[in-house]
Ligand binder design. Structure first.
Ligand SMILES: C[S@@+](CC[C@H](N)C(=O)[O-])C[C@H]1O[C@@H](n2cnc3c(N)ncnc32)[C@H](O)[C@@H]1O
Length: 264
């Protein structure tokens, strides 16, 4: 997907992420928050300098506000000015200190070896030049630093994509293809000596056809992998979901999260 369309439509502000966040909070079977799980996998490093690239509205920080060490130096960056300004508001409301920068992960405005940790949560799959984005994360990491990158399986959300394809004028497929649970180790292994993989298994069970339809409409439908589906297909999707829910009780899809920990 073109960066310009991602920026101007999907990620101009936090609205689409909020819709999906609320949906996940309601319908994920394991309600342990994914940001909470990521935090629990990080080392207890009191004085770390941490860069969060593609930070969105700062969810990782606000979800973990009670645990994060006050001596961490946090730097949050995103290529969307709307996201950076929302992240700044959110961290301020939660009394978390940090610096905020509008930056494309493919061109990070930081000196080499600046950070002990770089977080790239649910964002590398958006990068058209993935190798450049990973290389930039590696460049700004200190010699003993680690990149923590999350993504999903290419099989995640399959049932929803199948339903969207049924009512759309064409087929819809997964967005995470460039950087998935299945290929992430290989992609990171080109830039780092050691890559470890950890898995958080989860599943969506949704019994509300309106919520399912709102979730579908919040996806980046400008992306060519999803663009066969548009707002005109929404009512047909709602009816298909309602029929499925009447018969089976819920629509289900897997929503696993994989965390890669990469180190040179
Ligand atoms: C799915 S959201 C994830 C937000 C956050 N990391 C989280 O896990 O809650 C993807 C975020 O990555 C940002 N993004 C996408 N491509 C980017 C790029 N090349 N450089 C910087 N930010 C990017 C988007 O603006 C959006 O805020």
């Amino acid at each position: 997907m073109e960066k310009a369309a991602l920026l101007s439509e999907q990620y101009a502000d936090e609205a689409n992420l909020s819709t999906r966040g609320e949906f996940n909070a309601r319908f994920l079977v394991d309600d342990h928050h994914p940001h909470d799980w990521v935090y629990s996998e990080l080392p207890l490093a009191p004085d770390a300098t941490v860069l969060d690239v593609g930070c969105g509205p700062g969810g990782f920080w606000t979800v973990n506000s009670e645990h994060i060490s006050e001596s961490w130096k946090a730097v949050l960056s995103d290529f969307s000015s709307g996201m950076v300004s929302e992240a700044e508001n959110q961290l301020q409301e939660n009394s978390i200190g940090g610096d905020f920068t509008i930056a494309d992960t493919e061109h990070l405005p930081f000196a080499q070896e600046t950070f002990n940790m770089v977080l790239a949560l649910q964002m590398l799959y958006h990068s058209p030049y993935l190798a450049v984005a990973i290389q930039e994360c590696e460049r700004v990491l200190a010699a003993d630093g680690c990149l923590y990158a999350t993504t999903g399986s290419s099989q995640n959300v399959a049932q929803l994509y199948k339903m969207m394809s049924t009512v759309a004028d064409g087929s819809v497929s997964s967005l995470v293809g460039g950087f998935t649970a299945e290929n992430g180790r290989e992609q990171l292994g080109k830039h780092f000596d050691h890559v470890e993989r950890r898995l958080f298994e989860n599943e969506v069970r949704v019994d509300d056809p309106d919520a399912l339809t709102a979730y579908a409409l919040s996806l980046p439908l400008e992306d060519s992998r999803l663009s066969a589906f548009d707002a005109e297909d929404a009512e047909a999707l709602r009816e298909l979901a309602a029929a499925h829910i009447r018969e089976h009780g819920a629509v289900r899809w897997t929503k696993d999260m994989t965390l890669f920990i990469a180190k040179s």
